[in-house]
Write a protein of this length. Structure first.
Length: 229
């Protein structure tokens, strides 16, 4: 999460309060499951390293990565109440850059951040700067092809991505892309990929059934990119 640079302080605070309220988005086990999955699949050689959660919101992924053994730092434009006990650095990366030294992180993680970013070149340059040589970037963004009909329901979205667009964007900014794939936020598929036909069937069900998580997250693909500096 990271609202755009023009948004004033009040707007950012209210965005967090509205978008990430516990009523709208209750706490679940998903952040713990995702951080465990990403660590096992892509980050086993990086355990113990310094990880920046860029656009960390309530800090749920920050806490998850901490439990996976990383030394974590969170960064966002504001910190909602009732969030992670881990200190979060507050700042505006589009206006001021990232307030960290060169080569100070082994990993930069961001989920649902790049689509909020107008100055994508500036942000990716900052990510490269703060990553050590050989450091790793892990990014997740909504898949425009799957989510175009409601992408702008979040009024702070400014930059849609397709898989090709995300892959080429990272390559054009000097990253060595290891993985670029469409990604369903359904933990049972990560452990049991042979059940993918179940999600394919659920994705064809009417949108009216999206109140059920299986249907919603079968339809709403994300894009996952893993890239090295």
């Amino acid at each position: 999460m990271n609202a755009p640079a023009e948004t004033d302080t009040l707007g950012v605070r209210d965005y967090l309060k509205v978008r990430y309220s516990t009523e709208a988005r209750p706490y679940t086990s998903y952040p713990e499951q995702l951080t465990r999955y990403l660590t096992a699949r892509f980050l086993t050689d990086h355990r113990g390293g310094r990880l920046l959660d860029l656009g960390c919101g309530r800090g749920e992924f920050l806490d998850g990565f901490s439990r996976q053994g990383f030394r974590v730092t969170g960064f966002d434009r504001a910190q909602p109440s009732g969030t992670s006990s881990t200190p979060i650095v507050i700042g505006d990366y589009e206006r001021d850059g990232l307030p960290f030294a060169d080569a100070s992180f082994d990993l930069v993680f961001n989920k649902s951040v790049l689509e909020h970013t107008q100055d994508i070149s500036g942000l990716l340059a900052e990510c490269r700067r703060i990553l050590r040589p050989g450091g790793r970037l892990v990014s997740l963004v909504p898949d425009w092809k799957a989510q175009w009909s409601h992408f702008y329901d979040d009024w702070t979205h400014v930059r849609p991505f397709t898989l090709t667009g995300l892959d080429e964007c990272l390559k054009c900014h000097g990253f060595d892309v290891r993985v670029a794939e469409r990604f369903r936020q359904l933990p049972f598929l990560w452990e049991h990929p042979y059940l993918r036909p179940v999600a394919s069937v659920a994705a064809r069900l009417p949108d009216a059934l999206k109140r059920y998580k299986l249907v919603r997250f079968s339809k709403e693909w994300m894009l996952l990119a893993v890239a090295d500096r």
